[in-house]
Structures are given as structure tokens and as C-alpha cells.
Write a protein that binds this ligand. Sequence first.
Ligand code: SF4
Length: 456
Amino acid sequence: MKLDSNLSIFKVGVGPSSSHTLGPMVAGNLFCQDVEPILDKVARIKIYLHGSLALTGIGHLSDKAIIWGLNGLIAQNLTRQIQDDFINKALKEHKLLLCGKKEIPFNYEQDIIFIDKNLPHHENGLIIQALDEHGIIILIKEYYSIGGGFVKSKEDMEQKTQTGTDDSSKLDIVCDNATNSLAICEKNNWNLATLSFEYEKQFNDEKYIRDYCLNIYDVMQDCYKNGCNPVEEYLPGSLHLRRRAKGLAERVRATTDPMGIIDFISLYAIAISEENASGARVVTAPTNGACAVIPAVMLYLKNHTIGFNDDQAVNFILTAMLIGSFYKRNASISGAEAGCQAEIGAASSMAAAAMATVLGASAHIACNAAEVAMEHHLGLTCDPVGGLVQIPCIERNAFGAIKAISAARMSMTRKSTPRVSLDDVIKTMYQTGKDMNSKYRETSLGGLAINTTSYC
Ligand code: SF4
């Protein structure tokens, strides 16, 4: 197995969806790399969005994201103004600045084609073609957005290749699942944060790792602040949802209810999820749909417990990314592949282990917290109403955070021996997801997506 740094489990991305927005944008960037040597011959581009990307792509901005990616834009540098400028150029002036270098004609109706049928290797597949002036295809690439903003080529999928170091046996520390990670922790008397840090040091220096984690924490906190002070009153899209975080913040801060802590956790999650739903810059953690679970738990620790400082934030993120890597490597973090249990469930599981760790739990207890959090998300379907990452996604982030906190506390206070291991529940989640009818895997063809009619 090829192993790589886990830092990219957390990355600065653009909303509303990691698999349907960030992934197609990254695919556009990858195509730019491939097409650049023959750029002078390219006269036109055609894009085929398949499966879930076709069924819910417009609501998730997949069409716009691929336009941004083909224009050579990257997620970290996007602002609302840049996003609008390039979309206006494509839709009103009918031009694409391919790779940021060559202007070519673009016709949205003819050049982006939506096809419900899946490509062979994943529910989120797309094909990009470059054509010459005679309409002859001179380059064709097939990509798969596999969740969390990660994209693989057809060749990667067929060979099951992964980026990363060629030979994991050359690494001193190999932690590709919970079982072998716990063995390493036991041998060295490490907790999960220390194991994750020692693992990352095989790929990056200590300062880079710490700075990366702190930048992620900063962007999460900015996102919360922006979510409490939005420019627009309503979220974009057909649901016409009024943003709730600003009003909720005013009410929650005035409450004297002892259960008000629950409302604070909901506030943190709703504010960040609404930013994501608006198409703003967020941290993909491990996906955009589930981007608020982890920061909501971190904000709970920061604002409602004692001693949560920057060092603890780094340890929290290191632990969470290690748990997230187990899901990504051995199962899925894609709602289109395994339902919402793979997104909100995985985020809740990551947050539970991370919270337990920063509160002093051993690796065994933290893995149990991660297991408990996932166990009670098993079977959770993905059925976004209107194909938008709004209902049920925004509130679901709040519940994911609350369950994570509950799981961490339950594991830290238990005296009994857990019967289900973290690897067992990860395997179960993946099997359950694969057995799930495709109606419930980010197609908006079942569940709430078809039964919620009041907005039409
Ligand atoms: S229902 Fe869950 S998996 Fe589906 S889009 Fe919403 S947050 Fe993502």
C-alpha cells in the first residue's frame, strides 16, 4: 500500500460540496496540466458530467466549478468577485481562458453535457475532451471525484494506484488502520495525536505541520465569524432558505438556560454550514457537506472548557486527520459512494477521537470514541433537498458535533470493555453504504429530496 501525508484530509476549499464542487474544480486543474503541451492546437473543450455529478451537479455548482478549474483558478485563491468574473465571461461573453492562458469559445448549452448514467469506477465521474479546429478530439481524460475534494484519473482507478511514497515498508511508521495504529501507540506509550505527528514528520518538517494545522484552525474560526455576520439574508438556490446563524447567535448569547450549551454547539455548526452552502471559502473537513462538525467541537472546547489553546488545536487536528485517513483508505468519505454516514458520520467520528485525545484520553479510549460516534450514524442516507447542501445538511452538522461530544464523554467515563472495534465499524459503514440503494447516495432521487414539496 502507498502511503502519504494525511494533511490534505483538511484543506481550504470552496463550498458547497467537496465531491461536487471542489472535486470538479480540481479535475479542471488536472486537465490543464495535461492539455498545456498542446494548448496551441485546442479550439474547444467539451465536458461530460456523469452520475451524481449530473443529477445534483447544478445545485452543487459542479458546472461552475469545472469552469473555474479549466480557467486555471485554484480554490485557495478564490474570492466571490473572481468566481463571478469568470462565470460571467463563460456564460455571457461565451469565452474560456483555458489554463489561464488561451482564450477559446465556450457555449454552456453545448459544451457541458449532463448524463445520469454512472461511469464505471465511481458515482462521481466526468470526462473532459479537447478538440481541434476541425472538431477532432485531440485529448480525452476521465476523472473521478472520490470525496473530500480528492480526484483520481481513470488510470489511477483501474490500477488502484495512489499518490504517495512508492514503498510503505521504507517508512518507520505505517498506520493505515486503527488496529496497527493502536499497536504502535501501545509500544511507544503514545496517544493518537503523537502518533499522527510522528507519522507526518516522515513527510514534512515539524514547523510546516504545526503551521498547516494552525492555518486550518484560523480559516475555521474566520468561517464561523463570517457565518454570524453574513452579507446576504438568504442562501442561494431554489429553497430560499433564510440564514439562521446571526439571529441564533443573538438569542443564544442571551440565554440563561442550563441546556444552552447545546444551542451554542448548534450555532457553531449552523454558522459554518451556512457559509459552505453560500459557496464561500471553508475548510473541507473531511468534506464540505460535513465541514462544520469538527470546527463546532473545537469551538465548544475553546469557548466552554478550560485550557484549549493553539497546542491543543494542533493536537485535535492531527488526531482527527489520522482517524479520517482510516475512513479514506479503507472505506469512503463520499456521500455519493456510501451515503451521509461517510460524511457526517466520519466527521463526527474524527471529532470524537480528537476531543477525547485533547482531554487526556489514551489511544484506545480515543478510538473507542471514534467507533461510538460512527456506530450511531450507520445507515444515514444522503438525500439533499433540491440537490443543495442545505436540507438536511446544515442541521445534520449540528447533530454530528453533538454526537461527537457525547461519544467522547461516554468513552472517557465507561468502565466496561468495548466490543466493537473502530476497524469493525469502518468496515460496516462501507458495506452498508455499498448496499444502500443509489436513491440515497447523493442523487436526490429518494428520501427527503422527493418528499419535501413545500418549497416548490
Ligand atoms: S446529506 Fe450528508 S452526505 Fe449528503 S450532501 Fe448533505 S451533508 Fe453531504
